[in-house]
Design a protein around this ligand. Structure first.
Ligand code: PRP
Length: 215
């Protein structure tokens, strides 16, 4: 599919495909699933932080020369959509140890696939921040759109939301782009389609269950 300007697909390198090959295998052991998916999560987080605003900052190097550099220009926080989104927290703390983290708990009804918001707790000043929305699976996009609505209700500007997403469906990407066109999405793969059970194909199964060992 052609991706919209706010969809940032990681470079589809052979190495990334090899990692996906390990974790998409239904027989992948849990420790391998966690190890290799964390490598992809690291790439996604770095790509997401590339989308943040920076301002100029010069520093003097040890040889006395000026390096015309940059520094991050705004406040940042992260909001995982529980449960699967919490799989991204450990990697995030590796690259950003002091980052503030809110929480949104949304669960899909197993039968209808409709999302239900069960809990939210966000930083008080979230309206002044850029937000990394940690949502690994974008299938129908119901959960993602419900989470985005929670952030908008809290005063976050739409163009300050960067969704960090592992796997996306064409249908889900289109739905987010139509409803919330200024939200940016970073993803590592775009799947072929959704099946009749609203699972992505070829897909990865239930990311949260596989990551947290609850299958
Ligand atoms: C899964 C996944 C996403 C959502 C994606 O959550 O983690 O949050 O479904 O599907 P959608 O785009 O069709 O809404 P689930 O409710 O299974 O909970 P989990 O995070 O505990 O796995």
């Amino acid at each position: 599919m052609t991706t919209g300007k706010n969809v940032h697909l990681l470079p589809q390198t052979d190495q990334l495909r090899a990692i996906h090959t390990v974790i998409r295998d239904r027989d992948c052991a849990r420790e391998d699933f966690v190890f290799y998916s964390r490598r992809v999560i690291r790439l996604l987080l770095e790509a997401g932080m590339d989308l943040l605003p920076f301002t100029k900052k010069d520093v003097t190097t040890p040889v006395g020369a000026v390096y015309p550099g940059l520094e991050f220009a705004s406040k940042l926080c992260a909001v995982p959509v529980i449960r699967a989104g919490e799989s991204m927290e450990a990697e995030l703390r590796e690259v950003h140890p002091g980052i503030r983290i809110g929480k949104i708990l949304i669960q899909r009804d197993k039968r209808t696939k409709l999302p239900h918001l069960l809990y939210r707790h966000l930083p008080d000043d979230i309206a002044d921040r850029y937000v990394l929305l940690l949502e690994p699976m974008l299938a129908t996009a119901g959960s993602a759109l419900a989470a985005i609505d929670v952030l908008l209700d809290a005063g976050v500007a739409e163009d300050r939301i960067i969704m960090i997403n592992f796997l996306s469906s064409p249908e889900g990407l289109r739905r987010v782009a139509d409803a919330r066109p200024r939200v940016k999405i970073v993803t590592s793969a775009i799947e072929d389609r959704l099946n009749e059970h609203a699972f992505m194909v070829p897909g990865i199964g239930d990311f949260g269950d596989r990551f947290f060992g609850t299958t």
